[in-house]
Design a binder for this molecule. Structure first.
Ligand code: B1M
Length: 221
């Protein structure tokens, strides 16, 4: 099997949620020298986008979405150490979690991996994170950045609730707030009062790094 065939099969088998085969193909792809990011961006993520499109059309239902998600997570576990091993210095601490009511964690896990790869100490506090849990975690870990993910239009309003909880706890000036997730936009991030937004994991990493460096420069000045 050549690289193109591996990528095509990875796409096809993620689409139908065949986790064992997806894991095997991911390993085979690495043996053949395919970049982990190529497998992610040319096969795995497009497969999940197609799963979402089929779900919207009524061709797929929640179980199909679930098994496709599990197949993708299987592949992600294999590439995680390869994506996360590049950084040498610690840039800062990033506290991360999807908001209350949201169980989607694949995109969030990908952001975690990229942040770790860039040198962030990532504290992932799971899924469906309540505002008070974010507040407690900020008090405990004192992160430079807190990241909220939302993947449903119905859970996006939790960004504002979380920010208000952080303000009420007197912590807003201590932490940079970033938001993201498939339905989120820069406009929405501005409306809820977040400091930053990013459309994908790579951009989230670049912006988080820039925010931390900017804040450090201001404190030194
Ligand atoms: Co759900 N789901 N889902 N789902 N699901 C979506 C999100 C949906 C778009 C599908 C669709 O209709 N096309 C739709 C949301 C519609 C909307 O509100 N706009 C939807 C729905 C409706 C639902 C349920 C309500 C279905 C139901 O029960 N009737 C339900 C809700 C559950 C809940 O959370 N309460 C539900 C459930 C599920 C599963 C559990 C079955 C499963 C999740 C498995 C898991 O995550 N462990 C699932 C899946 C797999 C999907 C799709 C198919 C794939 C999501 C994914 O992993 N994408 C999704 C369709 C789609 O996205 N096209 C869909 C790949 C991932 C790499 O991308 O998540 O966008 P993404 O993450 C990106 C960026 O957003 C960004 O970087 C990531 C990597 O580049 N990013 C950040 C993410 N977090 C960030 C944070 C940042 C910055 C950037 O800063 C802090």
């Amino acid at each position: 099997m050549d690289s193109d065939e591996i990528l095509q099969q990875l796409y096809d088998l993620t689409l139908v949620g065949n986790k064992p085969e997806v894991i095997e193909l991911t390993e085979k792809g690495l043996e053949l020298g395919i970049e982990p990011t190529t497998m992610l961006f040319d096969a795995l993520i497009p497969a999940l986008e197609e799963v979402g499109a089929r779900f919207e059309r009524g061709d797929f239902f929640v179980p199909e979405m679930l098994i496709a998600g599990r197949a993708m997570s299987g592949a992600l576990e294999i590439v995680r150490p390869l994506l996360a091993e590049t950084a040498t210095d610690t840039i800062g601490t990033f506290l991360m979690g999807p908001v209350k009511g949201d169980v989607h964690d694949i995109g969030k896990n990908l952001v975690d991996i990229m942040l770790e790869g860039a040198g962030f100490n990532v504290i992932d506090i799971g899924v469906q994170v309540a505002p008070e849990t974010f507040v407690e975690a900020i008090q405990e870990h004192k992160p430079d950045v807190v990241g909220f993910s939302a993947f449903l239009t119905t859970t996006m309003p939790m960004f504002k609730v979380n920010i208000e909880a952080i303000e009420k706890a007197g912590l807003r000036d201590d932490v940079i707030v970033m938001v993201g997730g498939a339905p989120v936009t820069q406009e929405y991030a501005d409306v809820v009062g977040a400091d930053g937004y990013a459309p994908d994991a790579a951009e989230a990493t670049r912006r988080a790094k820039a925010f931390v460096e900017q804040r450090r420069a201001l404190t030194k000045a």
